[in-house]
Write a protein that binds this ligand. Structure first.
Ligand code: AMP
Length: 114
């Protein structure tokens, strides 16, 4: 069996994190190195390593992650603007090979991103 990802260790309670939300499909935590006043990670319990490896069978899960991201951003005060990001691959800055949606908000967010 593959080693647990850092997010699976958080899910199992082996690494502490501030869990903001959870349901049967996913959970959301505060990023340990926040890039904005609100910086959450919405993480599926199913390990899809990268968006580039997701399949049609993951379509409902991917949609669910986005709706959870939206709901949390609005609930946590980012009705005036928020951003969802999925980094895919080294050039995009992906560091954890367990698909996750970043939710950023609480300040003006520049475009294009770096
Ligand atoms: P990415 O670079 O898109 O793969 O995002 C991985 C994110 O996970 C980074 O923003 C990290 O700051 C975050 N991260 C890594 N370890 C932890 C942790 N133990 N608790 C919360 N966030 C973490």
């Amino acid at each position: 069996m593959a080693d647990k990802t850092i997010f699976q260790k958080i899910e199992a309670g082996e690494i502490p994190a501030k869990i903001e939300y959870q349901d049967a499909e996913c959970f959301a935590i505060r990023d340990i190195n926040p890039q904005a006043p609100l910086h959450l990670l919405v993480i599926p319990r199913k390990v899809v390593p990268h968006l580039s490896e997701a399949s049609a069978a993951d379509a409902a899960l991917l949609g669910h992650l986005l709706l959870v991201a939206r709901d949390l951003a609005l609930k946590l005060g980012c009705g005036d603007g928020f951003r969802t990001v999925i980094n895919n691959g080294k050039n995009a800055g992906e560091t954890v090979p367990h698909l996750h949606v970043h939710v950023l908000g609480g300040r003006p967010l520049g475009w294009p991103p770096g």
